[in-house]
Design a protein around this ligand. Sequence first.
Ligand SMILES: [Cu+2]
Length: 186
Amino acid sequence: MKLRSTLLAASITLTLAACGGADAPSEAPATPVAPAETAAPETAATEAEATPASETVASEAGECAFNLESNDAMQYSTKNIDVPASCAQFTINLKHTGSMPVAAMGHNVVIAKAADAAAVAADGAAVKPDHVKEGDARVIAKSNMIGGGESTSVTFEVAKIAEGGYNFFCTFPGHLAMMNGTLTVK
Ligand SMILES: [Cu+2]
């Protein structure tokens, strides 16, 4: 009897609550509506532009994107990026977590054959501000050169690196030796 009346009361309360009326009993908290899965931003690239929340957004990049960081110590945050073969395109979002200006500690992300990296960087040494030779056919893709606190991104077709042997690297003069890593299509 007691159970039944409790259920009845709960049911009435729910009904009333649904109408926005009654005080919900404390032992029966309203079931929170499951948060709708917000559509993952597909263009993390353009969103990465320095909003305070960009770090959070960045950590949720989809599987066809990777959030790469760089710093004032001339380092990338990883030496390898796995690129799913299922992705038609892949985006690398680059964030410069340091504070030095682009002219002193600029970073970019360039995609080319590992064997061509040194020549690509050498040929771009005098080309400001991007440090990539105009029309360099060895370059699959390249981002802008950024300074501390800035973000950029580069997107490329996965088919173009499918054969393997491609690296990502920074062409700012003197950075290649420390700032390079492999792209592994799997
Ligand atoms: Cu660099």
